[in-house]
Ligand binder design. Structure first.
Ligand code: HEC
Length: 99
């Protein structure tokens, strides 16, 4: 139960953010979409809240770190070699909420 409450809180915190800017959408469409668009290799799918809830529980810093260093089938930096941690944050918000 506590986990569900935490996940919901994290989701609301993220959903309160502004809509993604164009640069974030463009970067997503060039890189992250390759796996996260379809859920290839077990990647949490774009804007599917159920799949993101357990990930979001860890908090944004841990998620950024996972992308930066790579995780499982995800290569380091999720194939966006020029992305900064700030950009990863925006990308994660966009891909977990669709906004
Ligand atoms: C080559 C495929 C691939 C690409 C490209 C990719 N991902 Fe992933 N991503 C995955 C997979 C697979 C997982 C699940 C890894 C696991 O659970 O072992 C994942 C997991 C994640 C997670 C969850 C990490 C966690 O700690 O649970 C985040 C956040 C994420 N990706 C963000 C991104 C971002 C942002 C991009 C684009 C810059 C991106 N990914 C590009 C395959 C990819």
């Amino acid at each position: 139960m506590k986990k569900i409450v935490l996940a919901t809180t994290a989701l609301f915190a993220i959903m309160g953010a502004h809509a993604a800017d164009q640069a974030t959408v463009d970067t997503y469409n060039k890189t992250c979409v390759i796996c996260h668009g379809t859920g290839a290799a077990g990647a949490p799918k774009f804007a599917v809240a159920d799949e993101w809830a357990v990930r979001l529980e860890q908090g944004m810093p841990a998620l950024v770190k996972a992308v930066d260093g790579g995780m499982g089938a995800m290569p380091p930096k999720g194939m966006c070699t020029t992305c900064t941690p700030e950009e990863f944050e925006k990308l994660i918000t966009y891909m977990s909420t669709g906004k």
